[in-house]
Design a binder for this molecule. Structure first.
Ligand SMILES: [Zn+2]
Length: 315
């Protein structure tokens, strides 16, 4: 099976599963909600050489997914979607998702089931309508440069490289353009954007007025640059306790915007609102909470965490 066929099969299967699980087509796909609703047993734990694993149902055993809880959130989301793909496509056991086994193999030599699961992960987390909706929010038809792809990946909750590859599949980037973007280090994009070359924050959001009203799936350690050209003098803001405003913005002039750091977990969907000195609301966005299971999977690396049934009906 070549990659073209794998992508065709995977894109249809991903759309079907999203529909069955009641997940949106036009925005961020909550992978942890998908795992909870999937009926699969899911556990997260430290696994030195594996991203994740999938076990089909067997005698007296549910189908299940294991995720490496020490990976970044974007990697856990991708791996979870990959394993969900194995389950949805009726595959056999997948234990071979470690960086060791596949990193040495050229992509065209991957086993068919791995090609399909990998393609499934991309289509599941990045539906074409979601990509287009977010690009509109970024003021774009298609991405023009690497920085656009980086912002797109933040809104989608995927890795930068995963977004580059998928844009090529969606024919929104020519192979030569995508190859150029692949050579760009996201850390350099972050450093340039935030105006802090030495130690840029883990992720840097560039939020213009077009993102007003958006839901933002932020994480602890994120920097938010909110551009509000009509800010005027002293900016005012309201937001949850985990959000702190930088005393002096680094990336924008003080009268052109305001910058925030996400210093802790967000417990409930929380409005972040920027107002002018004249009390006019200039920008607001909803900071989405870190779900309990996501928090457990990522933060509590030593504590295996389960979602889904531990017994009962099998898939
Ligand atoms: Zn796999």
């Amino acid at each position: 099976m070549n990659w073209l066929i794998a992508h065709r099969v995977a894109s249809i299967a991903a759309a079907n599963l999203r529909q069955r699980l009641g997940l949106p087509e036009d925005g961020y796909v909550d992978l942890f909600a998908a795992l909870r609703r999937s009926g699969l047993m899911v556990a997260g734990d430290e696994m030195p050489s594996l991203f994740g694993a999938y076990f089909p149902a067997g005698p007296g055993r549910n189908a299940g997914i294991l995720l490496n809880s020490t990976m970044s959130e974007a990697t856990i989301r991708h791996t979870g979607a990959h394993e969900l793909g194995h389950a949805e496509l009726g595959h056999e056991r997948c234990l071979a998702d470690g960086p060791d086994l596949f990193s040495g193999l050229p992509r065209n030599k991957w086993p068919d089931e791995e090609k399909q699961a990998e393609a499934f992960a991309a289509w599941f987390l990045m539906p074409i309508r979601a990509v287009k909706t977010i690009l509109t929010r970024l003021g774009l038809d298609i991405p023009r440069e690497a920085a656009d792809v980086y912002q797109l990946s933040l809104h989608l909750g995927t890795s930068y490289r995963g977004a580059v590859r998928h844009l090529e599949h969606l024919r929104m980037a020519a192979p030569s353009v995508a190859a150029g973007w692949r050579r760009v280090q996201p850390a350099r994009l972050r450093a340039r954007l935030c105006g802090c070359p030495d130690q840029p924050p883990a992720r840097v959001w560039d939020l213009t007025s077009l993102t007003d009203g958006s839901e933002l799936h932020v994480e602890q350690g994120d920097r938010l640059i909110v551009r509000t050209p009509r800010l005027g003098g002293r900016p005012l803001f309201t937001g949850p306790a985990a959000v702190t405003a930088l005393a002096k913005p680094l990336a924008v002039e003080p009268d052109q915007g305001i910058e925030f750091d996400i210093a802790g977990d967000i417990d409930t969907p929380s409005l972040l609102t920027v107002t002018s000195a004249e009390r006019q609301t200039l920008w607001s966005g909803t900071l989405m909470p870190t779900p309990e299971d996501r928090r457990g999977l990522i933060a509590a690396a030593h504590k295996p965490l389960m979602v889904g049934p531990t017994n009962g009906a099998r898939r």
